[in-house]
Design a protein around this ligand. Structure first.
Ligand SMILES: O=C(O)c1ccccc1NCC(=O)[C@H](O)[C@H](O)COP(=O)(O)O
Length: 264
């Protein structure tokens, strides 16, 4: 049976095919190069983590396959501004429509409204999506190891790097993490959510953390809700945290971000 992730990748292939009919890679490439250079997403994460503070990537997320509706979010800019006021290091904006209710327009609006780096969170399988992301202003992209073999991940990594973007590499198990660690980006995310079984366990970061060398920044992703969760994850050496649902559901986003950021 197909998992939610398999279904997402199926329709991403269709989206990529239509994008290629609608826009040429060379036009997108010129648009991407005409943009002002990307904000340093990796630099921002690394410099905060170096001070032993928590570098939070706060996510704009309306709905998800695991949670259903999270926040109708009429204006993503308001949430993004609260993230900035709370002290987020960077912002991630889900741009997938069918499963997450996001759009590239959300990312553009957020990127224009804030001055911190912004990641286009989507399921990247083709260079054209990366060109589209940079042409729209994105500073960083996510590469999910479970949907890319090593060669494919390396070529997408190269494409993003050539455009000056930062790359967050995501792994959920030992083999994926090995693949992520073989790539140059210093940002290594361990996703606590098993995207195939849709189960979220913070133990995943605890189990895999010892594989991550000190010259990489370990970023724990998904299922992070409380100050206790951050306490627990900091013990693994993680100083980066990617948080969506719990912040999107918070009644006071600024306060929640501040609390999670300030935990030592
Ligand atoms: O969140 C999902 O249900 C999901 C399902 C299938 C593929 C990806 C999915 N999530 C993407 C993410 O990586 C999370 O949005 C991110 O790590 C934040 O997680 P959370 O704090 O649990 O919202």
């Amino acid at each position: 049976m197909k998992t939610a992730l398999d279904k997402i990748i199926d329709y991403k292939r269709e989206e990529v095919a239509s994008l290629k009919i609608k826009l040429s890679a060379s036009t997108l490439h010129s648009d991407a190069l005409r943009r002002t250079p990307p904000r340093g997403f990796a630099q921002q994460m690394l410099s905060i983590a170096k001070t032993d503070e928590n570098a939070l990537i706060c996510e704009i997320k309306r709905k998800s396959p695991s949670a259903g509706n999270i926040n109708t979010l009429k204006n993503p800019i308001l949430a993004a501004q609260s993230y900035v006021d709370g002290g987020a290091a960077c912002i991630s904006v889900l741009t997938d429509g069918p499963s997450f209710g996001g759009s590239l327009e959300d990312m553009i609006a957020v990127r224009d409204a804030v001055s911190i780096p912004v990641l286009r969170k989507d399921f990247m399988i083709d260079e054209i999506q990366i060109l589209e992301a940079r042409a729209a202003g994105a500073d960083a992209i996510l590469l999910i190891m479970s949907v890319l073999d090593k060669e494919h991940a390396l070529s997408l990594h190269q494409c993003a790097e050539d455009l000056g973007m930062s790359i967050l590499l995501e792994a959920h198990n030992e083999a994926e993490l090995e693949q992520a660690l073989s790539l140059p980006s210093p940002l290594v995310g361990v996703n606590n959510r098993d995207l195939k079984r849709m189960v979220t366990e913070l133990e995943t970061t605890e189990r895999l953390s010892s594989m991550v060398p000190t010259d990489k920044l370990l970023i724990s992703e998904s299922g992070i809700k409380t100050t206790e969760d951050i306490h627990r994850l900091r013990k693994t050496g993680a100083r980066g945290f990617l948080i969506g649902e719990s912040l999107m559901k918070s009644e006071d986003i600024v306060k929640s971000v501040r609390e999670l950021r300030d935990i030592k």
